[in-house]
Design a protein around this ligand. Structure first.
Ligand SMILES: Nc1ncnc2c1ncn2[C@@H]1O[C@H](COP(=O)(O)OP(=O)(O)OP(=O)(O)O)[C@@H](O)[C@H]1O
Ligand SMILES: [Mg+2]
Length: 290
């Protein structure tokens, strides 16, 4: 089987294959993705033992996601906008290396036809408030979602959690606390005191800039990736970083698994191959990248 297409294999979920099966008068096409043995970031942050994601791994994941999104934003003109950056779309391989999934494919048909869209794409807690108000999608909307993911990596808290009462939104919870009380007041308690304070202060600042209300105040993914690279290059991984990470994703591990995200029933019209080209995912949209 030949790969349908392959983007940067490093930080984007790649190796997409097209499987054709035909039954009675029906042809089914299914996208199959590389199987990511450690599941997704949501699972590892909120459902698994925290030691798997020590302070260094969290920064590595933050960098990989930034590089993946930067690639999407930079390699094509107009840029590919992910539109649903969140921990369950960040997958982790057997080395706990992060890959961004679900970019611009599963949501390709949503609100793409009209100039003013009727519903915003994305997930509550990660939605760019400016996009919500203006319905004007830009790469900065991904930066906002990425900023929320950074806040989750720092705090170990969910983006929306009603246990925080009026500060149920993590952005609203985080900003006043870190500004008034410092990083110790917001850091994931599971990290204890065993984390580089200055580095995490810098990451907290990046996260706050990413989640700025005005999109013009947010940095680009390119800037974030180079900043994180610089931060990580000055750090020494903790000893436990080198321990092998077990495969924690339940179920039988295999090298390939059918993704539930996208399967399309064949039609008599144009070939489905063109439907899943990334370029076509953005044809006729109101996307106005910056
Ligand atoms: N290639 C893969 N390897 C391992 N797990 C995967 C893979 N692709 C998807 N998953 C996991 O399968 C589950 C379903 O994915 P799916 O994208 O349908 O839902 P989601 O990410 O929770 O929400 P959304 O539909 O908004 O993206 C998620 O937990 C996702 O992390
Ligand atoms: Mg998904």
């Amino acid at each position: 089987m030949e790969p349908l297409f392959s983007l940067n294999p490093l930080h984007l979920l790649g190796k997409l294959y097209l499987v054709l099966t035909s039954g009675d008068h029906v042809e089914v096409q299914i996208l199959v993705y590389e199987y990511m043995v450690n599941g997704n970031l949501h699972r590892q942050l909120f459902e698994k033992e925290a030691f798997l994601l020590n302070w260094y791994r969290r920064l590595e994941i933050a960098l990989a996601v930034a590089q993946g999104l930067d690639y999407l934003h930079s390699f094509a003109d107009p840029p590919i906008i992910h539109r649903d950056v969140k921990p369950s779309n960040i997958l982790l391989d057997d080395n706990m290396s992060a890959k961004v999934s679900d970019f611009g494919i599963s949501k390709a048909n949503l609100d793409m036809d009209t100039h003013v869209s009727t519903r915003p794409a994305g997930t509550a807690g990660y939605l760019d408030p400016e996009y919500f108000l203006r319905r004007h999608l830009t790469t900065a909307s991904d930066v906002y979602g990425y900023g929320v993911v950074l806040l989750e990596l720092i705090t170990g808290q969910l983006s929306i959690d009603h246990k925080r009462l009026e500060d149920y939104n993590l952005v609203a919870w985080f900003k006043p606390r870190v500004v008034k009380q410092g990083i110790q007041a917001v850091i994931d308690p599971r990290l204890g005191s065993n984390f580089p304070v200055e580095a995490y202060e810098e990451v907290a600042e990046i996260a706050m800039n990413c989640t700025a209300f005005e999109r013009g105040d947010r940095p680009t993914m390119q800037f974030i990736a180079s900043k994180l690279e610089q931060i990580l290059s000055g750090l020494i991984p903790p000893p436990e970083h080198f321990q092998p990470v077990s495969s924690t994703f339940e179920g039988k591990a295999s090298s390939m698994e059918v993704s539930p995200a996208t399967s399309r029933t064949g039609a008599t019209g144009e070939p489905l191959l063109t439907d899943i080209r990334l370029e076509s995912a953005f044809n006729g949209t109101t996307v106005a990248p910056r």
